[in-house]
Design a protein around this ligand. Structure first.
Ligand code: 15L
Length: 270
């Protein structure tokens, strides 16, 4: 499969690019940043702002693509205009180009922060109502909604992955529940690319963590079989005073008052 990876220079993007190459896919990278120095020469690269629909359409014209992994977005909280541009304009630019160039499949990097204000009680299903914890989470809810619209209107196939914490290894008590290992991130994307007839589907992008909070069954139904467990690192994690507060809501620190900021203008000084 020839796969466009947007946000390919980012933390998750670089893992996905290498993983897809290992699986035998051809990869086309797109990012505002230049290609990372250690990227294999086989990767075609476009240094492009993914929020620019004309530039994105040009990439689709230049490449014969089979699918898209859309990771490009501002990865943390920001003011609302930044969030709308980086989450919605980029997704819309990609989806419009997919329709115009008859590319059907998209795997989307959504986030646990789409439901980050959900209380940490029972196992959370993918059908839980949107409950964003930040404007970032609002961006992910809206991104999922946009995908759903293009599935219904144009027959696009979309798998939205509500990613937990993709890190080389878990670094906090919360991450023992939310960790997504790099190897499982690649398994997740491969499942999203190859699941038969997903329509619009949502899965939780986390490893098979003993302390997991999210229902893995919808991902398993799409072929995502995570193999790592954060518990293997539990004895290396030191308790911190904020652990209890971070454990109250799914979104951890994003759901705490410290993340509150106005929609427009600068965030308050610390
Ligand atoms: C995310 O979606 C963010 O991009 C990342 O910065 C982390 O905050 C992660 O979620 C998480 O919840 O740990």
């Amino acid at each position: 499969m020839r796969v466009l990876v947007t946000g390919a220079a980012g933390k998750v993007g670089q893992v996905v690019v290498h993983g897809l190459l290992d699986l035998g896919h051809e990869v086309v990278g797109l990012d505002r940043a230049d290609a990372p120095a250690d990227l294999p020469a086989v990767v075609a690269w476009h240094t492009v702002d993914c929020a620019d629909p004309v530039a994105v359409d040009d990439v689709f014209s230049a490449e014969r693509l089979d699918a898209v992994v859309h990771l490009a977005a501002h990865p943390v909280e920001a003011d609302l205009p930044t969030i709308l541009t980086s989450h919605l304009h980029t997704a819309a630019a990609v989806l419009e180009a997919m329709v115009a160039h008859d590319v059907r499949r998209i795997v989307y990097a959504s986030s646990n922060h789409a439901v980050g204000r959900a209380a940490r009680t029972d196992l959370l299903g993918v059908d839980t109502p949107p409950r964003p914890d930040t404007f970032y989470g609002v961006g992910k809810v809206a991104g999922e909604a946009l995908l759903s619209l293009y599935v219904d209107r144009y027959g696009i196939e979309a798998v939205a992955c509500r990613i937990g914490s993709m890190l080389p290894e878990p670094t906090s008590v919360r991450a023992l529940s939310t960790w997504l290992s790099p190897a499982d991130a690649v398994r997740m994307v491969q499942a999203g690319l190859t699941a038969p007839d997903p329509g619009f589907a949502v899965l939780y992008g986390v490893s098979a963590n003993t302390r997991g909070w999210w229902d893995l069954a919808p991902g398993q139904a799409l072929g995502y079989a995570p193999q790592d467990d954060a518990e293997a690192y539990a004895d290396r994690i030191e308790a911190r005073p904020q652990d209890a507060a971070e454990g109250r809501h799914v979104g951890g620190p994003f759901a705490m008052d410290q993340s509150n900021r106005p929609a427009f203008g600068d965030a308050p000084e610390d």
